[in-house]
Design a protein around this ligand. Structure first.
Ligand SMILES: [Zn+2]
Length: 237
């Protein structure tokens, strides 16, 4: 299928037609572009009607992403800039040393070719050092034990726990406030007892993490807060 575009109000809408799509669906991307899925034979007037019907929802989504851009302006990836780490802001400064290091609210990065690559490497290392320590703390508190802990870079999931008690955590969590990353750790540890999201599971989460709903909502609302750690920005693409 050739790529088709539609003009609707101020938006360019990309249309993806597939034989097996039955209904029309619209998506607003973080970069504010619109995408429409539809069946092969749906007429353009029908698509425009659909967009009109969902105009309020679409404009609200667009406004949310615009608000996020104001909240999280595009980083320049330059020395002197501040980035979030454990929920506070650290200023990134250059060092002649071989390895990065933290000093109070300053993160010193080696001067090499690519600032962003060095920054991501430093965050990955900090996540690999810090998150397992935090898991160990919760394991003691909750009297539970994971078989292994891995720190990986995931696009959208925060963590997982396998049937064999192998826990994986998203390295981006190292940027989050401590109570938020604690919630994700508690959540995954609770899966050792309940491999589901049942009532019993959530009451166990609540037992260890009273305000878990606040953290859960924070993650839902602020996932683009971590955009600076993505290989390709979702917000600025
Ligand atoms: Zn879960």
């Amino acid at each position: 299928m050739p790529i088709e575009y539609l003009k609707w109000r101020n938006h360019h809408v990309k249309i993806e037609r597939k034989r097996f799509y039955r209904r029309i669906a619209v998506y607003v991307e973080p970069n504010e572009s619109l995408r429409l899925k539809s069946a092969v034979l749906t007429r353009k007037t029908q698509l425009l009607d659909f967009l009109d019907q969902h105009a309020t929802w679409i404009e609200r989504q667009v406004a949310t992403f615009q608000q996020m851009k104001r909240q999280y302006p595009q980083p320049q990836y330059e020395f002197g800039e501040k980035f979030p780490l454990l929920g506070r802001w650290v200023q990134v400064l250059p060092t002649e040393k071989k390895h990065f290091y933290l000093q109070e609210d300053k993160l010193f990065l080696p001067i090499r070719q690519n600032f962003k690559q060095e920054l991501l490497k430093a965050y990955k290392k900090m996540a690999e050092d810090y998150l397992p320590l935090r898991v160990a703390k919760w394991e003691r508190r909750m009297a539970l034990k994971a078989r292994s802990i891995k720190v990986r870079r995931y696009k959208s999931r925060w963590g997982s726990c396998s049937f064999e008690r192998d826990i994986s955590l998203n390295m981006k969590l190292v940027a989050a406030p401590t109570q938020v990353l604690d919630y994700v750790i508690v959540h995954e540890l609770c899966h050792i007892c309940h491999m589901n999201h049942s009532k019993a599971f959530w009451s166990l989460v609540a037992k260890h993490c009273e305000d878990y709903k606040i953290s859960r909502n924070w993650l839902k609302k602020n996932h683009l807060y971590f955009d600076f750690l993505a290989k390709e920005s979702e917000l600025y693409s």
